[in-house]
Design a protein around this ligand. Sequence first.
Ligand code: PLP
Length: 411
Amino acid sequence: MSTNKPTHAPLMHFPVQDGSLHIGGIAVTRLAQRVGRTPFYAYDRSALTSRVKDLRSALPNDIRIHYSVKANPMPALVQHMTSLVDGLDVASAGELKTALDTGIPAGQISFAGPGKTDAELTQAIAAGAVIHLESAREVDAVNRIGQSLGLRPSVMLRVNPDFELKSSGMKMGGGPRQFGVDAELAPALLRRIEQLDLDWHGLHIFSGSQNLNAHAIAEAQDKTFELALRLTEDASRAPRLLNIGGGFGIPYFVGEKSLDLHPIGDMLSRWLPRVQAQLDQVKVALELGRYLVGEAGVYVTRVVDRKISRGQVFLVTDGGMHHHLAASGNLGQVIRKNYPVAIANRMQKTQREVLSIVGPLCTPLDMLADRQELPPAQIGDLVVVFQSGAYGLSASPSAFLSHPPAVEVLV
Ligand SMILES: *Cc1c(COP(=O)(O)O)cnc(C)c1O
């Protein structure tokens, strides 16, 4: 391969020994035997641990880190994450159950998301979780349900900011949004919350997701703190918590680079003493999903056929878009690009051929790699899709085509 051709970002989490990729210290071929079948997802416990450790060392000490369960709700993984982070963010009653099952104190669980039903709110209030209020209806519903249960609900107000997170893969704030209440309407709702029997914890301001531009993230954090100070100016007491969102991205595609945490660390170091002085030692939390877990996971699938169609080599595997919609390019991508992939049992082969890797579904959308240079692969080989620890299985249409579901293991 030519040396200056753009490539995928280096994947440093997983060692190679004797030509085989190792996940969680186990050769993938051996792991496949242990799991008993393919396809499966494997998440590397030590990669999760060192990720959070590295992140903490790049940020000011007292920044809290919350894990967004929707990125990967596998119970064993969520359990492991609770030993590393300061809180869990959930977005449904199902995720709330997963979070509560870990034994984390309910006060460290926050429940956000539009359209929370009375049934979900009742469960969250009964559990003692912190509810992120996202509309005037939710303010009144939480108050009414709290009274009927004889409980004083813990709440945050989620604010749709009056700015956007630039160069974000997914914008979730700024302009008209279904998330949170517009910043312009927040002061009136904060006054309303104060009048009710609600235990107000603070503000939640989330502006976007999958961002690899550290300066854009730092700039959004700067504006987030400004907005939080403005909104809390005439509150009768200071907030206890500012959840300033996250949006930290990971490199998926050729040419993308890992996020540089320095500008973010600098911005947080500058702001933290200032908001803590002005807001009575307020705590500041980041909520992150894919940044914490995305790089620690792989999807493993086995080659079941090798075909040549008009000169193009196709590997047909037993897994595909029904387990990994994102790698197939169908989860929010405009132009399809390849995730980083490898042939896990041929890591040291220097010979290359151009391969397309497809799944078993009867649709051309079921593609895991389009004309990628890889070692020549045969039936029985194991294809690994990297960067698969977040928005993998739970974000995929598993029932599509009625193939068996994928297994998930934490190793
Ligand atoms: C989805 C979501 C997250 C996590 O986003 P990532 O890109 O996985 O970090 C964080 N906060 C909120 C409110 C979300 O909806």
